[in-house]
Design a protein around this ligand. Structure first.
Ligand code: PHE
Length: 480
């Protein structure tokens, strides 16, 4: 059954995709990963994957959504039938649903930290505080499972309410308010950091490349991040693509999404590191970077409490416009497959992700060390979940690229792309060969190096699985 739901305007998909893409990935994760991985080298790998792999896959994923006009799982089921390919390709949908679940679970916990800091900033509690006080405040937040769970609950319920109201009344109207405000606030914060921070040091840090600075796991993180930041390879874009007007241009939209998303990450990185260097702080702080160094930088600066509060509102707005796109693909599946009402479907998805989120909550306190996860995988549950998504998203993207590149016929693709022969050939070359090769290269190079026993096994299973699926397809496909 097709939902026949289409966004109100031709340009709404762009708005929704940018809303999904711009999020904690840009404001929180990108700066801290860059800081941990030595700056420029990380950005180089990240930017290369965005342009050579990200944009072609973004087009492919939107295309699969728009041609099938169904939620990712049902959409892939439909496409495998109509194209006489192996059902194994449906794994694109299932893998996506799994990633969405995993991401939503920790995303909501981290977004919860921003709720905490919005309050802290506006109340002026941190004005004039020194680094010890602020560091201790952050540690105290992380040490409290109750506080973390409370914020996590608030955030996930807010996201659920928006998605529960439907794609027009909820998602579209929400985004129309949130997105313009975001860009205004981002510019405000940038100007503030130029005036009060050390923008020169920030630029040097971000744009000086020394590839030796990058560890092997850094490569995987950079690639994972480029998928994460574009919301790629897990069905969010496919779900939104299913509602995209047939009139809108796939290529132009994808380039615009990638451009805006990268620009936001760069601006956020510049602003954050300008404040960090201006206040003489450390760059390699890990996940705490935004939450410790920024409040500290704001604590000492004119109007810091106000601008800081506004900044954390920005973070929350960006986070919620992304979390709704994590709920949508799975919720839409439940509606299509089991005829659930939308509110029920959304409730089921968020309840599941909320429960899973408790694993992230306890990773910062009661289960911070010495758990089963540490014994098996050498890391906390949160780190393990993040690692899984770093693998699942590129893997999903790889499968999407292969399916769109090899299973869709030229006339179908041309109908969607409506482009010149030249760009069609380039795009098809990118999704057929370049994207799969790049993803496999990073996988083969990094996954065996990741410490913890089960990771190599997992990597092997995944790669063998991908080849098996590909072979079945090639065999069945060639008989067409
Ligand atoms: N792109 C979002 C961000 O950068 C995260 C996200 C990933 C959202 C996958 C949806 C799907 O924060």
């Amino acid at each position: 059954m097709s939902t026949h739901n289409v966004w109100t305007h031709k340009g709404t998909f762009l708005l929704a995709a940018v809303g999904s893409a711009v999020g904690l990935g840009n404001l929180w994760r990108f700066p801290y990963l860059t800081g941990e991985n030595g700056g420029g080298a990380f950005i180089l790998v990240y930017a290369l994957t965005i342009f050579a792999v990200g944009i072609p896959i973004l087009i492919a994923e939107t295309m699969l959504g728009r041609t099938s006009r169904r939620s990712p799982i049902m959409g892939m089921r439909h496409l495998t039938k109509t194209h006489g390919t192996s059902r194994a390709w449906e794994s694109i949908g299932w893998l996506g649903a799994a990633s969405a679940f995993l991401i939503l679970s920790f995303y909501s916990v981290i977004a919860g930290w921003a709720i905490h800091y919005t309050g802290q900033m506006f109340s002026g509690a941190l004005v004039g505080a020194d680094s010890e006080t602020i560091g201790a405040g952050f540690d105290a937040l992380l040490a409290s499972p109750w506080l973390l769970t409370g914020y996590h609950t608030i955030f996930i319920i807010a996201s659920a309410l928006i998605v529960g109201m439907g794609i027009h009344k909820g998602i579209e109207s929400g985004l129309r308010i949130i997105m313009p405000a975001l860009f205004a606030i981002l510019l405000l914060v940038l100007f503030y950091s130029i005036a009060n921070g050390d923008i020169g040091a920030a630029a040097t840090f971000l744009f000086t490349f020394n590839i030796a600075d990058l560890s092997l796991e850094g490569w995987l993180q950079a690639m994972g991040q480029s998928f994460f930041t574009l919301s790629l390879g897990m069905g969010a874009i496919m779900a939104y693509g299913a509602y995209m007007s047939s009139e809108a241009s796939l290529t132009r939209t994808a380039v615009a999404v990638a451009f805006v998303d990268t620009a936001v990450a760069m601006v956020a990185g510049l602003a954050i590191f300008a404040l960090v260097f201006g206040a003489g702080l450390e760059t390699g702080q890990g996940p705490g970077l935004m939450f410790v160094t920024l409040p500290l930088a704001f604590a000492e600066m004119p109007f810091g409490a106000l601008v800081g509060g506004v900044f954390f509102i920005l973070v929350l707005g960006a986070a919620i416009s992304s979390s709704i796109s994590l709920i949508e693909p799975v919720a839409a599946f439940l509606v299509e497959r089991f005829d659930l009402t939308r509110p029920k479907a959304v409730g089921a998805v968020t309840l599941g992700a909320w429960l899973m989120g408790l694993l992230t909550v306890v990773s910062f306190n009661v289960w911070a060390e010495g758990t089963l996860f540490h014994a098996l995988f050498g890391r906390s549950a949160f780190d393990f979940i993040e690692l899984l998504t770093n693998i699942f998203m590129p893997l999903g993207g790889l499968l999407i690229a292969l399916f769109a590149g090899w299973a869709l016929t030229q006339s179908e693709v041309m109908k969607e792309l409506r482009t010149s022969e030249g760009w069609f050939k380039t795009w098809r070359f990118l999704v057929r060969f370049v994207a799969p090769a790049a993803v496999s290269f990073v996988f083969l190079r990094t996954i065996p190096q990741v410490d913890g026993y089960l990771i190599p096994t997992l990597g092997a299973i995944v790669i063998v699985g991908a080849f098996a699926a590909g072979r079945t397809f090639l065999v069945e496909g060639s008989s067409r």
